[in-house]
Design a protein around this ligand. Structure first.
Ligand code: ZN
Length: 408
């Protein structure tokens, strides 16, 4: 048909076509077929990353999330221009607290730190209200995306600041937090860490209360950083699926932070989702030359703009002679494909640990995210599959968590 002009149609057919055209509702032209171009698919799907450590930069003097940066210039992976460029609609902005002493003074210092970081997220959301919006429910994501603004969920990495009570979870919930993990890189009052000393053999008694309170409030339980035993105990106790917001597979890189296939299948069997990390894909090269730079980086919010510039320059100069990790885009995709093969398309997502040590060659920052969609499509995954991986799965879990809390 496309080659025939209207004038070339045989005279007998033309009146029939005109009659058909007259019967068709004038207001519903035939839909234009959607483009299968990977870039177009990536734009159409709602893309969320479940672990954005960007708030560690929110209090940096002179820094702005509205400014287009590079890792080399600012040691960051995420800003609003790069989120737009990479089709990242939003994600979970993390309030992270490093693990200190498990005692009253440690709790007090941790609580002050977490408060400062949560307040910085709230401030950025106020300052950038034309560009970013707080999301607290699963259905908020599509509604906010339709406005063109970025979607900001808030999560807690390490519940250590709560001290010896779970009462503070309700305060976090009231301020919009919808996901939390109990522990980080060392055992604490709630749980054993994947990289800890197995203090409790899983969860502590307080950790079991923490699970019940998370369920009661309607918050997603994040098992990344928990020991295997703690993760299994959370899954046994929780009335909602447990997710891993930024984790990997031991089959790709045998590290305690990663899960084996059997544990991944248990997470999936309960309805959970494993969000693939770009850290722990390969050996981490914290060399004698790099270590002091990491020490400065961990405290970057207290560096002057000039000190920040010097740190970025020193980092870039060291990058020219040695790499922080041996990972690259293909290795990241191998990890994601492994997840898809082991637990299926309903149980994999993406949480690349941007601004928290993430980023590999070829997947250097969030501007590169369309490459992931292109690789999934090239492997034969459909647009529907891609949509589940990028956000559908985590939003499904959020809906379950919301429904379970509402029934109480
Ligand atoms: Zn982490």
């Amino acid at each position: 048909m496309t080659r025939l002009t209207r004038h070339a149609l045989p005279a007998l057919i033309l009146p029939a076509l005109l009659t058909m055209a007259a019967c068709a509702p004038a207001t519903s032209p035939a839909p234009t077929p959607l483009s299968n171009d990977p870039a177009a698919v990536h734009e159409r799907v709602l893309a969320l990353d479940t672990h954005l450590d960007t708030p560690m930069h929110f209090n940096r003097p002179g820094w702005s999330i509205a400014e287009r940066q590079t890792f080399a210039s600012h040691l960051t992976h995420v800003d609003i221009p790069r989120m737009r460029e990479g089709g990242l609609d939003g994600g979970f902005f993390v309030v992270y607290t490093s693990q200190g002493p498990v005692d009253a003074a440690g709790y007090a210092a941790a609580a002050r730190h977490a408060e400062s970081r949560l307040a910085s997220v709230e401030r950025i959301l106020r300052e950038q209200r034309e560009a970013m919006t707080l999301a607290t429910r699963a259905d908020d994501a599509a509604r906010i995306a339709a406005t063109g603004r970025r979607i900001s969920y808030i999560s807690i990495e390490n519940s250590y600041p709560l001290g010896e009570s779970v009462a503070g979870l309700a305060d976090w919930y009231a301020r919009g937090v919808r996901m939390a993990g109990p522990v980080h890189s060392r055992d604490n009052q709630f749980a054993d860490s994947a990289t800890g000393q197995n203090r409790w053999g899983g969860l502590s008694p307080l950790g079991r209360q923490w699970v019940a309170e998370m369920n009661r409030l309607g918050m997603v339980i994040d098992g990344s950083h928990s020991s295997d035993a703690a993760l299994r105990e959370m899954m046994a106790l929780s009335s909602t699926p447990v997710i891993l917001s930024h984790s990997g597979f031991k089959a790709i890189f045998d590290h305690r932070r990663n899960v084996d296939d059997a544990l991944a299948r248990e997470v999936a069997a309960q309805g959970g989702v494993i969000h693939i990390n770009s850290v722990f894909l390969s050996r981490f090269n914290n060399s004698a030359a790099r270590a002091p730079l990491y020490d400065q980086f961990d405290d970057i919010e207290h560096l002057t703009p000039e000190q920040q510039r010097r740190l970025a320059a020193d980092w870039a100069s060291l990058d020219r002679t040695e790499r922080v990790n041996e990972g690259d885009f293909d290795l990241f995709m191998r990890a994601l494909f492994h997840c898809l093969e082991v637990v299926g398309v309903d149980h994999c997502g993406i949480g690349a640990d941007w601004d928290g040590g993430g980023g590999v060659a070829g997947l250097d920052d969030v501007a590169a995210l369309p490459r992931i969609t292109a690789a999934l499509l090239a492997r034969g995954y459909s647009e529907e599959d891609v949509g589940k991986i990028w956000s559908g799965n985590i939003l499904r879990v959020m809906r379950q968590v919301e429904a379970t809390a509402a029934r109480r």
